[in-house]
Design a protein around this ligand. Structure first.
Ligand SMILES: [Zn+2]
Length: 124
């Protein structure tokens, strides 16, 4: 099985799980079923809001898991000094909404610069 095939299979599996969550959400929002006064637009708005929340939860969890894999100290990309890694919340736009990354950032006291080890970008 190719990795592309495995990825497609995994994606289908995730979509099935998410569809199941959609059904649970429907029951959570309308335990007795929606009344006849509930419009399709209202149903769609509810589902879209839940979808945005799910994107946020997934992105924040996955990027947080990646950050956990980074070492406690990283070398400054300018001078090479070993600098402690900390986390700083950073709001970002993602497809379908917004998320807050718990972004790993290090500060080099020698260069007086922050840098981000994941991309080695240097911030002024
Ligand atoms: Zn430095």
């Amino acid at each position: 099985m190719s990795s592309t095939e495995a990825q497609r299979r995994k994606l289908r599996q995730i979509q099935e799980v998410a569809e199941g969550w959609g059904k649970l959400l429907a029951r959570e929002a309308f335990p007795g079923g929606p009344g006849l006064d509930v419009s399709l637009t209202e149903m769609e708005e509810l589902a879209a809001a839940a979808s945005k929340a799910m994107v946020r939860g997934a992105i924040e969890t996955l990027t947080g898991d990646q950050a956990e894999q980074l070492p406690k100290e990283v070398p400054c990309p300018v001078c090479g000094r070993s600098c402690g890694l900390q986390r700083r919340p950073r709001p970002i736009k993602v497809r379908g909404g917004e998320a807050t990354l718990d972004e790993p950032v290090a500060h080099c006291p020698t260069c007086r610069r922050d840098f981000f080890p994941a991309t080695s970008d240097v911030e002024d």
